[in-house]
Design a binder for this molecule. Sequence first.
Ligand code: MG
Length: 274
Amino acid sequence: MADMEVGVMMSVGWTMEQIHQIRDLGFINIQISAPPEEILKDQSKKRELIDCLTDSGLKVTTVFVGFAGESYADIPTVVETVGYLNPDSRSDRVGKTERISDFANELGVDKVAAHVGFVPEDPTDPAHQPMVDAVGSVADHCKANGQAFSLETGQETAPALLHFLETLGRDNVKVNFDPANMILYGSGEPIEALGIVAEHVISVHAKDGKWPTAEGQLGKEFPLGQGDVGMGKFVAKLQEIGYRGPLTMEREIPDWNQKVNDLVAGKALLESLM
Ligand code: MG
């Protein structure tokens, strides 16, 4: 793969038809959200999907973990529903993550990534150690599969994320850096944040967005170049830190045709900046 080759994140609910459309637009690499449990738990359905993905000719660089019941409506809802923070769903979700890691392994993918949920900024917070244990456990499962486990940025500041990585102390726990999420969650200026976690970044999302305007709310995602990230600064900073992996565009809107138009425009923008 060429350095900083532009790719696409296929969000929850993607179809093979959409993957073929992305390929036919000239993309070579994608990240995918994990398939649902009914496929992960059914050997023949899982095999069929792996064969279809392999035959597509696209390179899957990362499989993203996701769970039923997650909602990104506002920050309190994210705290309640996303990742491993809620003790009611934690062990079930650790098990599902292991099935996703095994699926990725069968697909030949060496990176698994997740929104793990808000990591408490204060390491003495009683919710901190259970997060260390849960993420440590899934990271060890990934390690046995020869995989990195990456944490998606945004839900904590870069110094808190760095401290969490140091506490985990595992060499296969890495960062999927999403500059827009730093803005959407109000977690810090993204270019500065990228510098802080630079040595741990193994994949990135090219996504744009604007800062939140009310307490407890998330900011708003925008097409690449129309938000507050500064795509020129982002690409320049990636070059400065020596990042060479793909630039995986993520456009999280429900309208597929609009999404495709924005991805095509985004690819042209990114390529003009390199
Ligand atoms: Mg992202």
